[in-house]
Design a protein around this ligand. Structure first.
Ligand SMILES: [Zn+2]
Length: 613
């Protein structure tokens, strides 16, 4: 049964934006547009607009906006490909990107994995799978549950899967690349997973990207074996069970992270459907981003008390990511993992454990306090140093202040007379560390330390982006060009991406230009195909549906010239500042030359501008 394959453009063309949004928001017609109460912020009077003809929506209250994909992403907590898949299924098809060499390689890998999963499943219910089925029963899982979670069995034989994949037409080299089989020095290949219970690992597009295998014989090592990393499977970016958990995560706005396959399955069977599992790696920043995208506010780590994963999470420097997601670690009673705890105590008991979860920072600091317990006073200074290193990574100032006194109080114990002094030590340690780290670690964020090299004007524009006069002009120009895309087709030389200072505006200009040069009108529907980033597609909707003042072609040109002039003048002032500080004769001469060249360009522009009027 061949399914209709739809690419991004098909999905956009066939989806009715008004219909998709109406399913969630009550909309009333106002002229050519529809209006309703924004689902993304709380408001009383409606400022959420939908333009079904243009296929765009925008909220003038919270500035959320975009196309049909963006609406599904935000309202359901999905990534772009997931939203595309959801919309494609709604239209009775399957989402595929237009194939490129790379996607076809990952597609081959996914196809091969799907063949292998079928083989593992058949084996589980064949005669060979008897011991595996007995083991599942022992762990409290039924056959239906095994099927629901995609379990299987890899038989003891050396090359059954290898032979099967060869018969299905896969080449030896690609079979080895999938990690399902390994090559023999004498030629041919053998299966990686033998006599193991198999867990299929899905990505969020429901593709099987890899497998995990639990040894069934006591003597087999390691107990758990995973597929190696492939173009399709990166452990640091994959969470087991995320495809089953996405919806629950978005609706409950929390995620529960466990470590094992059985832990994950047990959680889902007990109604904790927002559970996901790490695959034998520490929780990474990429994992947190995956969860954050689903509008998670809190991430609970439900690890066993003595877990390596918890220790790894504590050691990891990802704590800074907490700025946007709260990571809370919940410690299970000794000797328990989530699976065994749920089986013996039930979901309410686990809920209570989660409720006692502590911020990762606090747990880390407790670990440091424990390490220095009972040590002489002079050695305990090391505690403050290590503590400062952790606190330095916190981005929220209030949180930082809170943990400074938290740690200070515990350091001082009963005698509080030194508390102020200890806190002062912590503050100055943290300040010294941030100065050192400022340049490398936080480069690109508007931190006071990293701003030394840029001019005050630039710093200001990066801080309140979109609000500087030139950013405002840039928006006006882009909005007008989007409204009248034929202007650019007739005169593509009109704009140069470098004239736009705001990075998002420049990206938009960069996308418009090649289309215009090919004679294709760079309208918003065509352009939104160019971007997967939500922000750019939001910007596009805002510019098209927004109320920027109208300009004709001549006015657009005039405004562009002003932008160029602003850019040149800014650069000239920057160089002048450098010149003041520069001592070396040769460098001074080069700077002066460049400044003169800019001044000449400036006067030429002013001239052109006057003539243009
Ligand atoms: Zn809104």
């Amino acid at each position: 049964m061949a399914q209709k394959v739809l690419d991004v453009e098909d999905i956009r063309r066939l989806s009715d934006l008004g219909e998709v949004i109406s399913a969630q928001v009550a909309l009333k017609r106002v002229g050519r547009r529809l209006r309703g109460v924004c689902p993304f912020h709380s408001e009383k009077s409606p400022s959420f607009y939908v333009d079904p003809d243009k296929g765009l929506w925008h909220c003038f209250g919270c500035k959320a906006g975009g196309d049909v994909f963006r609406f599904v992403e935000l309202s359901m907590g999905l990534s772009f490909p997931e939203a595309a898949q959801w919309l494609a299924r709604r239209l009775g098809g399957e989402f595929r990107r237009r194939s490129t060499a790379q996607t076809s390689e990952t597609q081959r890998l996914a196809d091969m994995n799907s063949e292998a999963a079928g083989f593992f499943r058949r084996m589980l219910f064949a005669q060979e799978g008897e011991a595996a089925r007995a083991y599942l029963e022992e762990r409290g899982l039924s056959s239906e549950e095994a099927i629901r979670f995609g379990l299987g069995y890899a038989p003891q034989d050396w090359s059954r899967l290898f032979d099967l994949l060869r018969d299905k037409g896969f080449g030896e080299q690609e079979i080895f690349r999938s990690g399902l089989c390994l090559s023999r020095p004498s030629g041919g290949g053998y299966d990686r997973f033998r006599n193991r219970l198999i867990f299929s690992i899905f990505d969020t597009q429901q593709r099987i990207v890899g497998f995990g295998g639990r040894a069934l014989a006591e003597e087999d090592e390691p107990k758990y074996l995973n597929s190696p990393e492939t173009p399709l499977f990166q452990k640091g970016r994959t969470l087991y069970g995320l495809s089953w958990a996405s919806r629950a995560i978005a609706s409950r706005q929390r995620a529960v992270v466990v470590e094992g396959y059985f832990d994950l399955i047990r959680c889902h069977l007990c109604g904790i459907e927002e559970a996901v599992a790490t695959l034998g790696t520490a929780l990474t920043a990429a994992h947190l981003v995956l969860l954050r995208r689903r509008r998670t506010e809190k991430v609970f780590l439900a690890f066993d008390a003595d877990s390596a994963g918890l220790r790894a999470a504590l050691r990891s420097r990802e704590i800074g990511a907490e700025a946007e997601v709260k990571v809370l670690a919940a410690e299970l009673p000794a000797g328990h993992d989530p699976d065994s705890y749920l089986l013996s105590e039930g979901p309410e008991a686990l809920e209570k454990v989660l409720a006692k979860g502590k911020p990762l920072v606090e747990l880390t600091l407790e670990g440091i306090l424990k390490k220095y317990e009972g040590q002489p006073a002079n050695q305990r200074l090391g505690l403050l140093k290590e503590g400062a290193e952790i606190l330095c990574g916190l981005q929220d100032a209030a949180e930082k202040a809170y943990y400074i006194s938290w740690l200070g109080e515990r350091y001082c114990g009963e005698g509080r007379e030194n508390l102020a002094k200890v806190e002062q030590i912590l503050v100055s340690q943290i300040a010294a560390l941030s100065r050192k780290a400022g340049r490398s670690r936080y480069a690109g964020t508007p931190q006071a330390e990293s701003r030394q090299d840029t001019t005050a004007e630039e710093a200001l524009s990066s801080q309140v982006s979109g609000a500087t006069p030139s950013a405002k002009l840039e928006r006006q120009v882009l909005a007008c060009l989007l409204a009248q895309p034929s202007i650019l087709v007739n005169r593509p030389e009109l704009i140069q991406p470098e004239d736009f200072c705001e990075p998002a505006h420049r990206r938009l200009a960069e996308a418009m230009l090649p289309l215009a040069r090919q004679g294709e009108e760079p309208g918003s529907d065509r352009l939104s195909l160019c971007f997967e980033e939500g922000e750019l597609r939001s910007l596009l909707a805002e510019l098209v549906l927004g109320a920027e003042p109208w300009m004709n072609a001549a006015e657009v040109e005039k405004t562009l010239k002003r932008l160029q002039a602003i850019r040149v003048e800014k650069r000239r002032r920057e160089l002048a500042l450098l010149l003041e500080k520069e001592k070396e004769e040769e460098k001074r001469r080069l700077l002066q030359e460049e400044i003169h060249a800019l001044a000449r360009e400036r006067s030429r522009q002013v001239g052109r501008w006057v003539v243009g009027e």
